[in-house]
Design a protein around this ligand. Sequence first.
Ligand code: BYC
Ligand code: FE
Ligand code: FE
Length: 498
Amino acid sequence: MSETPDTLVEDAAAVRSERFVEVKLDESIPNNVDLSSDKQLLRALETWHPQYLEWWKDMGPEGFQNAEVYLRTAVGVDPSGWAKFGHVKMPDYRWGILLAPKVEGRTIPCGRHKGEPAWQEVPGEYRSLLRRLIVVQGDTEPASVEQQRHLGATAPSLYDMRNLFQVNVEEGRHLWAMVYLLVKYFGKDGREEAQALLERRSGQQDNPRILGAFNERTPDWLSFFMFTYFTDRDGKMQLAALAESGFDPLSRSCRFMLTEEAHHLFVGETGVGRTVEATCAAMNKAGIKDPFATERIRALGVVDLPLLQRKANFHMSVTRDLFGSEISSNGAEAFSSGLKGRFNEANLKGDDHQLADAFYTVTRVVDGRFVDEQVPALRSINSRLLDDYIADCQGGIDRWNKAIEKAGIDFKITQPHKGFNRKIGEFKGHRISPDGRLLSEAEWAAGAGQWLPNDADMDFIGSLMKPCHDKGRYASWIAPPRMGINNQPGDFEYVKID
Ligand code: BYC
Ligand code: FE
Ligand code: FE
């Protein structure tokens, strides 16, 4: 039988729908993974959904569940137009399951299976490692929402409040992204892990979140901005590494999550930047040149720059711990198995992507001195991602410094030594100053209050945390943004508080 034009047309349509899977928004769970055709999966997710909403109402933003918030909702995966904006109550947000389009013929980019077709199903021999990576990633998402849940009450403006809630609903969607993978690909134990993701609680003694930084408090807005600049950037790096996964559904999930992540980093960078701007403007207006004139600066209702540095030191150090031990056999196995690549793996030129004979320089403490050691590259995968992260942090810091310099103030925000205040990895158990000196316990105790936020700092920041909920107004310590969200005017009502 010869092919009729009709079947050709149908085939073409099938190819199209494979590549540009439409997002089905009218289903109970918006998705582009054809949920309705997999009844068992749909049922499992529909069972999880009300429990997720319970969690959101218990642990999500406190006090604003009925407020109408001007939110961006993902409605597609086309980079040129994937979101729409509108006022919604957060519990009505359309959390969906969205994967970046499939790349036809994609192969495993690294490790011992390099060049083989990417896995569309879970590779049996790596099942538990893969599940662990997905669970750890998933756990951080609701943890951050829990950490930030009290911040609405002290928002410095409606604009900032909206940005907080935007970040929160998207971290909620990131949880959905990981839960989809667990439930679809890991059967019963995947469903149990999905359940446990709603049960652990940030900072709780008996059932804490998995990674250290996600059990720290985010008590004020300065912490929030530092967190979204530094800790969401760990999210960016880890998602980028998982986007290189040979397990294609994980890669596609992470690729789309990265699209949303950019806004979280923007909130952090501009949040700190606007704080710097308000401080410099107030100092100049009052004729204060000395950034260390703490009391006079604080009396202006702005944050002194050395305090910003201490805050940054804290968030950088706890976030660096999130990369795991610099030298790690788990890290080596994640790479060799092809489950997790390096940052930008597919574009690393002049590299065999297997690293069997390669070395990487890792700084270690040996006999009370720093030593740069050549370590097998496979075992130092975590170290390399950490170094890439530290480099990635610098851009925004340079932009903050440029604003300080332009204001004519002699101060520079810097990154502390890699070993400063570390609890995980090579530097754990050592006392190291921000400028990279190995210290005695007594020297550390004497210096810590200058390097990390001290009690007086936290009290002062606390005193600034007064809500500013009038349209178009901003708290004294933060400058207005250059532009509104989605080009809205300055007095736009980003959150309609009921
Ligand atoms: N705290 O060999 P090791 C984000 C555990 S952020 C407590 O050193 P490995 C987001 C580790 O689990 C991105 N425990 O390192 C940001 C292991 O336990 P097991 C999150 C820690 O295994 C803002 C043991 O210690 N994504 O998305 O290579 C807002 C020895 O581990 C810590 C990911 O992390 C710690 N800091 O682990 C919202 C990606 N560090 O297995 C969201 C997925 C390590 O022996 N995770 N441990 O019981 C991974 O790729 C890896 O698991 C790690 C490094 C990066 C965590
Ligand atoms: Fe996230
Ligand atoms: Fe994020």
